[in-house]
Design a protein around this ligand. Structure first.
Ligand SMILES: Nc1ncnc2c1ncn2[C@@H]1O[C@H](COP(=O)(O)OP(=O)(O)OP(=O)(O)O)[C@@H](O)[C@H]1O
Length: 248
């Protein structure tokens, strides 16, 4: 489904990713955890080329982009655009358009793709809002919604592109735990429906309960990866202790 191989990324002199490889199967829910600044978000953003990897190969849904340190060309951007049509992305701060109603935020994607929308697209958008529990607030503006409602609207908006993979960059970090639970509930529901999902999170409980695979990154590398029950936390390791103190 998605195969990232040997991804390297630097910002200026600083190497952030030092050769990260990850394979994700269809329907899998993968949580990426690790200390602040270890490169989790950068790696996630590389997966749909919001950040351009310096080196490495990404293959998603049959679209392949290989980077060898050369310049990013218009043809590469064209292929990346094709890849992004399969990938939905949800950000920590929701990124809804404040001047559009919740429904119009969700209708934005079909509008961009098809040029105009009619009753069918509207019905589909309403069905997505019902799915995330927001049918009754479809006509409201983002400012009048709670953080959890805004994040669920952002998920519905991403789903409107009919993605095959959803990427989440700390989707609950800006939310209090009760509201975060509503968002996590939507992600679990999508998991039950077979959606492939990759989540950068500091929520260890969610990672442990909901993930098929937990990926533990540190210093721009994957240190460990596997099912939650097999994740080996070595209490003698300083970095692990430091990380656990930030999340437990
Ligand atoms: N666009 C950028 N330009 C320069 N440096 C960047 C950029 N994006 C990220 N960085 C740096 O790369 C490093 C890794 O950042 P990243 O956001 O990937 O870490 P993270 O593991 O997701 O951290 P956190 O858990 O705090 O969000 C940090 O030192 C960050 O300052």
């Amino acid at each position: 489904m998605l195969d990232a191989h040997n991804i390297h990324k630097s910002f200026g002199e600083g190497a952030i990713l030092g050769g990260v490889s990850l394979q994700v199967r269809k329907g899998e829910l993968v949580s990426i955890i690790g200390p602040s600044g270890c490169g989790k978000s950068t790696f996630l953003r590389c997966l749909n080329f919001l950040e351009i990897p310096d080196r490495g190969t990404i293959n998603a849904m049959g679209v392949t982009i290989a980077r060898d340190g050369g310049p990013w060309r218009r043809a590469d951007e064209h292929v990346a655009h094709r890849l992004r049509t399969h990938v939905g992305m949800v950000f920590q701060n929701f990124n809804l358009f404040p001047h559009l109603s919740v429904l119009d935020n969700v209708l934005l994607a079909p509008r961009v793709v098809k040029g105009e929308t009619g009753p069918t697209e509207r019905d589909e958008a309403m069905a997505l809002l019902e799915k995330v529990g927001l049918g009754r607030v479809a006509q409201r503006y983002p400012v009048s919604l709670s953080g959890g409602q805004q994040q669920r609207a952002a998920i519905a908006r991403a789903l409107a592109m009919r993605p095959e993979i959803m990427l989440y960059d700390e989707p609950t970090s800006a939310l209090d735990p009760i509201v975060a639970e509503e968002v996590l509930g939507v992600m679990r529901k999508l998991d039950d429906e077979g959606m492939t999902q990759i989540v950068v999170t500091h929520d260890m409980r969610f990672a442990q309960v909901a993930s098929d695979t937990i990926v533990y990154m540190d210093g721009g590398h994957i240190i460990e990866s596997g099912p939650p029950e097999t994740l080996c936390v070595d209490p003698a390791d300083d970095r692990t202790r430091r990380f656990l103190r930030t999340v437990l």
